[in-house]
Design a protein around this ligand. Structure first.
Ligand code: ZN
Ligand code: ZN
Length: 105
């Protein structure tokens, strides 16, 4: 029964290979506003642009004032995908507003 008891010890010590936030599926934050102009960007809008760090902008700022590059990290800004409404119930969008002090100009 050596194998059995060492398996029990392993289980008591806790699983080793689980992701840090086990049970929480990784997903985009879907921030609620543009970092530049603070315009609302609901999760179903086609006008949201994000960089790979999820800095979030409206299309007007992304293509206008910041020139298609994230002003925070210099990365590419692309259209944020829409999260289907039925998924939003279980995986709600972030409500934490983030705005650059002084805007992006
Ligand atoms: Zn904006
Ligand atoms: Zn960025």
């Amino acid at each position: 029964m050596i194998g059995y008891s060492s398996a029990l010890k392993r289980a008591a010590a806790g699983p080793l290979l689980l992701p840090r936030q086990w049970g929480v599926e990784q997903m985009l934050e879907l921030r609620p506003n543009c970092e530049c102009c603070d315009r609302d960007l609901p999760p179903d809008t086609l006008a949201a642009r994000i960089c790979s760090f999820e800095c979030t902008f409206c299309v007007d700022c992304a293509e206008g004032v910041v020139g298609g590059r994230c002003p925070n990290c210099g990365g590419e800004l692309v259209r944020r995908p829409i999260r289907p409404a039925e998924k939003l119930a279980r995986f709600p969008a972030s409500t934490q507003r983030k705005v650059k002090p002084g805007g992006c100009v």
